[in-house]
Design a protein around this ligand. Structure first.
Ligand SMILES: [Zn+2]
Length: 686
């Protein structure tokens, strides 16, 4: 894989096992040792110790796989991605270069193996790049270990029993617990091997208690397999743990090969797996992809290289979380719901209330429990008691965006849906086990069920609510007010765009088209490079285009302009009834969400082009400050409006500069901050 290296691309080199010269870790070099290497002490603890009876029978390449997965997981945790609003936001996408010693070098040096592995990890993590160099090992780390006891050494797992064992991943959450209950009930003569990862004492405790409960109820038909993998002497800095699924699946794969099985199960509902970004964070690249159909598809491709018949089954992909809760009802196991933990918050852990109530997993669970009518009786495990208690700001936003997504994020038809999420859905469809058209149908149906479920849950919360016990800012407040409010807000937004963001074009031989908008108390603002040539330009509301209602030109009504800041202001008030208010661009930070609205390549009947993106850099273009954004800005959007998260004007889109000398501006899509424009206008006597 070729790499273009520039100064901004941060590369983390990860040196593993016997190749390490030290056990230090910096942001550039991470040294990972599973075993002491001479004088150098191990810094990674992996416990595959009770894995196989006769380790010499585990193929080398599978021993290597476990080792690689452990290194990748630890490297993932050591290379920090940066806080969301910090200046190091760019470090979110990392480039990881691994050097790993392996036993089966002929297998691991194959291009297909390396390429498939790099692809799977790249998608799963959202990182820029994974790059692997494998080197022939001199020492055989796992096989030389002294603690080789066997998972299978206990008397119950004779060969014919093993025949009746299924392998599944177990997270301790609601979905995998439902999967266990369903399998144990549907297949009363089969056992289940549950593969779990001990990430901390809290999950360990919860999972062990739950398994003990299940053993009692289901006649010891569970074979738990816990593994550990963690840093010994370092504090793990990165909490997102996106490579967890690789480690998890590698263990399950290795267990399958011991049992001579050609597949394992992952029970996770489709909505959580697909994890479409909600409207308020459309460009949030951080949405988890742990069980995304593409992640599972790419992992499947990888494991097929080891075993052509290997399968990863995901029986719950077509179900919503509400339907998962229904599984507990079906088998009369509602009481077990409280023993499962969905919460992803690592802070504020509480023994009695294992759910924080505020993270997105907690909120999803709450909605699902209300939709099924079980919330009040079977799930009192929340530290913040929704819908009654006051939620923090982030949780409030999550509730709002969930409701908004259910009310209008999905669309009325599958084609609306596809239009709302073209790239995200394409990723899902490509790995959905059906033809593209049928896949889109199935995924749309899944989301329709979800929409219905959220709306019923909201009504159930309202119905169960007793106003005397609520606090202001509670979940309930959100539910009842937000639905009306969001609708009004959305209508207001549409009216503002219709009324105050314009298509601007001349009607000469050489048609030039761009965008402009109404800046309250000043006039019509557009790009100087668009209208600066002295032609007459016509202003249209996009929904009435090509009819225009006003004309602007240099001589006729220009108030002022600036070619460095690239704006031109015209004396036009447009009888604008709805317009966006002016915000403060000085407060914008790297990573802040902004909306860019303009009319690139506009033709009659089109709608406006809205890009939700984020500020990735503060830079300069032709001597003027420019806030670069991650999304491409297309020609014709220049002169368009830039809004902050509260829909206040914070800039004017700068793009589509036409002369060859300026062509590199395409590398820097962005906008000029509105405060600079306004202070220039004020100076020039606008
Ligand atoms: Zn939580």
């Amino acid at each position: 894989m070729s790499v273009s290296v520039n100064n901004e691309l941060k590369i983390t080199k990860v040196i593993c096992g016997e190749l390490c010269q030290s056990n230090f870790c910096t942001s550039e070099i991470v040294n990972l040792l599973n075993n002491d290497n001479g004088e150098i002490a191990a810094n990674v603890s992996t416990k595959f110790d009770k894995f196989v009876d006769r380790p010499q029978e585990l193929p080398d390449k599978i021993v290597d796989l476990l080792q690689i997965a452990a290194y990748v997981f630890c490297a993932d945790r050591s290379a920090y991605r940066g806080a969301r609003d910090s200046l190091s936001n760019k470090s979110w996408g990392r480039s990881m270069y691994f050097e790993i010693p392996v036993n089966d070098i002929s297998f691991w040096s194959s291009d297909e193996v390396i390429h498939t592995l790099e692809n799977a990890l790249g998608f799963m993590t959202g990182d820029r790049q994974y790059h692997f160099t494998f080197i022939k090992a001199n020492k055989n780390n796992i096989k030389d270990c002294e603690y080789q006891l066997s998972l299978f050494s206990n008397a119950t797992t004779s060969i014919d029993v093993v025949d009746k064992v299924d392998v599944m991943l177990f997270s301790g959450g609601l979905d995998s617990l439902a999967g266990i209950i369903e399998r144990l009930n549907q297949f009363p003569d089969r056992k289940l091997c549950l593969v779990s990862h001990m990430s901390n004492n809290r999950t360990k405790k919860t999972q062990k208690a739950l398994i003990a409960e299940l053993q009692k109820k289901y006649n010891n038909r569970i074979l738990p397999y816990f593994f550990e993998c963690r840093f010994k002497k370092l504090d793990s800095r990165e909490e997102s743990q996106r490579t967890r699924m690789f480690l998890f699946s590698a263990i399950a794969f290795a267990i399958c090969s011991c049992y001579n099985k050609s597949g394992f199960f992952i029970y996770e509902n489709g909505i959580t797996s697909i994890n479409l970004p909600k409207q308020t964070d459309v460009m949030n690249a951080r949405a988890s992809r742990t069980t995304h159909p593409k992640t599972i598809g790419l992992l499947h491709e990888f494991y097929k290289i080891f075993d052509a018949n290997f399968k990863i089954a995901t029986p719950y992909f077509k179900l919503t979380k509400e339907e998962i809760v229904d599984v507990f009802k079906t088998y009369g196991e509602e009481v077990l719901i409280q023993s499962s933990v969905s919460c992803s918050s690592t802070r504020n852990y509480h023994d009695i209330f294992p759910h924080c109530g505020c993270c997105s997993q907690c909120i999803d669970r709450r909605f699902a429990m209300y939709a099924t009518g079980l919330a009040e009786d079977f799930d009192n495990t929340f530290a913040v008691k929704v819908p009654y208690d006051k939620l923090n700001k982030e949780a409030n936003q999550r509730v709002s965006s969930t409701l908004l997504f259910a009310s209008n994020g999905i669309g009325e038809t599958k084609y609306d849906f596809l239009k709302n999420y073209p790239t995200e859905l394409l990723d899902v469809i490509s790995y959905w086990p059906n033809s593209p058209e049928n896949s889109l149908d199935e995924i749309f149906q899944l989301y329709c069920k979800y929409k219905d479920s959220i709306q019923r849950a909201a009504k159930a919360m309202q119905a169960s609510f007793n106003s005397t016990s609520s606090q202001e800012g509670s979940f309930f407040d959100r539910i009842s007010q937000k639905l009306d409010y969001e609708k009004c807000e959305q209508d207001e937004f549409e009216q503002c765009v219709e009324s105050s963001v314009y298509v601007i074009e001349n009607k000469g031989n050489e048609m030039r088209q761009g965008s402009g908008f109404y800046l309250v108390d000043y006039g019509v603002l557009t790009s100087q490079h668009l209208t600066g040539n002295g032609d007459f330009y016509y202003i249209s509301n996009y929904n009435e285009y090509p009819a225009s209602f006003e004309t602007i030109s240099n001589d006729l009504n220009e108030i002022c302009e600036d070619d460095v800041l690239d704006y031109a202001l015209y004396d036009q008030y447009c009888n604008c009834t709805h317009y966006f208010r002016i915000g403060d661009s000085d407060t914008l930070k790297i990573g802040d969400q902004v909306k860019l609205i303009g009319f690139p390549n506009f033709i009659k009947g089109d709608s406006y082009d809205l890009r939700c993106t984020e500020i990735c850099k503060k830079t300069n273009l032709f001597g003027a400050p420019l806030f670069a954004v991650t999304y491409n800005v297309f020609h014709g959007a220049s002169g368009g409006i830039v809004l902050d998260k509260d829909n206040r004007i914070v800039g004017i889109i700068r793009a589509g500069i036409e002369t060859a000398a300026e062509s590199d501006s395409f590398d820097k899509p962005g906008f000029v901050p509105i405060n600079l424009v306004i202070s220039d206008i004020d100076k020039k006597g606008g």
